[in-house]
Design a protein. Sequence first.
Length: 710
Amino acid sequence: MLREVSGSDRRPAATDPLGEALAAAVHRTGARAGCLYLLDQADSVLCLVAMCGAPVETFRPWWRVRLASPGPTPDAVREDRLVWVSCQEEFTRRYPRAAAVTPYRLAFAVAPLRGVRHRWGALLLMWPSSRPARLALRERGRITSGARHITRILDETAPAPVIPDRPRFVAPHHADARQAPAELTAAHLVERLPLGALALDLGGRITFVNTAAAELLGRPTELLLGTQPWESLPWLDTVACMDAYRAAVTSREPFALTVLRPPAQWLDLRLHTDESGTSILVTPRRTADRPSEPTDARDALAGAPGRNRIHLLVYLAAALTETVSVRDVVDLVADQILPPFDAHGMIMSTVEANRIQIIGHQGYDPNVVEQFDGLPADADLTPAGRALATGLPSYFADRAELSRTHPEAPQISDKQAWAFLPLITSGRPIGCFVLAYDRPHRFTASERSILTPLAALIAQALDRARLYDAKHSLAHALQRTLLPPALPAVTGLDVAARYLPASHGIDIGGDFYDLIRLTDTTAAAIIGDVQGHDVTAAALMGQVRTAVHSHATAGATPDQVLARTDRDLNDLRASRFVSCLYAHIDLARHQVTLASAGHPPPLVRHPDNQAHTVDLDPGPPLGIGVGTPSYPLTALPLADGALLALYTDGLVEIPGTDIGRTTDDLAQHLGKASDLPLHDLVNSLVHRTRPANGHTDDIALLLLRPTSGA
């Protein structure tokens, strides 16, 4: 019997303009396949909505990509630039974490989709790795042109496109089909061969099956045609089979693997892919050559399963090393572990005072989670308690199995199957990870063999994150005590301030600011930066603030305040230097007198909204310990409506960018934003100069504006 089917699930262009634009971009650039990602603004996640030239299932691990994660697609969207990766070696060098789970030989480009109103997402295009490494100017133009076309469609779409639960397949543009007689002759040729043959289109659907293949696969031809192999043959729905198919599709190189057709038939599959689809040759494996008998059909993958487990574990290990807080660990586990196991929910908990404390969940109703939170960690009451007490995982394929083992466990959720995995580090359980399903689920030996080391990786990351969170809380408490909780009210002076610690470490640093009310018409403003980003820097910052405050209130002039504070630091043998800017504001005379100890000059915006950097003659930083330094004074008018901006270098220092340029840009923005209230302006200034991937230094900013109330 010979059967053949043709066609595609591509929608007509009139009903799917985005799909047509994606197919056009793939065709015009000569790409092998293309992906359209849209940004879910609420969750900051890039979601795959359409794929052209390859089955969407092959891209399942990348259906959702966190915008904050390291990778070419997030980089293109965050930095609004075209990202080009010419080969696997370059991919591994630039994005080692992403490359760990993408071991395929291909080149790709990612173009951002930035519209009039929104950052829409990204266009990802893929080519074989055999293409030239350099992206020609004409090719770059075609890529950006395709991205602009898609962006225009998105801008004109009202309402905005809805992100689907599952991406759709878009058929590529094809050349004219071959003549029917030639097709029929080729089909008869294949039918006469003693080996099985399948043909898959670019969407992964079976378009041709010969009789030998149907017999070897144990499925009637009519039930195979038009389906995807992993749908009509459930025993092919494994991580290893999908990885083999993905490798063949992306690399266009021959790929072979061995599978077990239940109950005992071993089959060799050889995959060959080109621009029209995939051919699969199926041959029976001789009994003498078969691999060792597995315990489950889903585990029966010769060579490939171990490799895929390693890929999964390596990827998650690399990802977990980049987590910092407990929240980071919970979010990563929810995003990266639930999809590969087709799970519908998870709960992560720790144990405190012999009670279970839930620290994160997904796929559970919050009211249900609230009832679980705080339950006793009793081994006889709940499976989580048993896992914590024994350090052993437990698996329940359905509710009946759970009830037999734990009859007193509360049945308050709608889940039907669970894996309870103890989180063990340094030989002690610190919590429990629960993987849950909405329907009964039998946990295979393959799944259990992966879940056990995964739980160990999660435990290590969680233990490290809990320590970080504890240090983080301590650091914030220390920072709050050293920085002024609120600036004093000074009649005739509007003030706004912001402090942001560096976006790494334990969120503590040595930048500081203060405002001191001296008399009814005078005040002192101080801003400074202690060398370092640690507890020692923060402690020294507190000492400097105290010294400056005492000298200022004693009536010292700006240069005397800095000189005396320098002497105090030398007496303390602080071994760290401090930059500082002191401003004495005389509201009655509409004047400010400045003295600088190696600190960046302030900005001033005049009532006519012209802004510029103040020209200062700075003295040396405090605490250098060389001779008796002098701190020259600079006086300038400060009329009503003028604005003085004092800042630390973290606001204007961006790696790879000239500091003079960023300071000038900051001054221009200060001049243009004259209509903003002061507290909105301080936020605008901070976020304008802050890099997309965070800032590497502390930032302090103090704005002062005299008013007519003086």
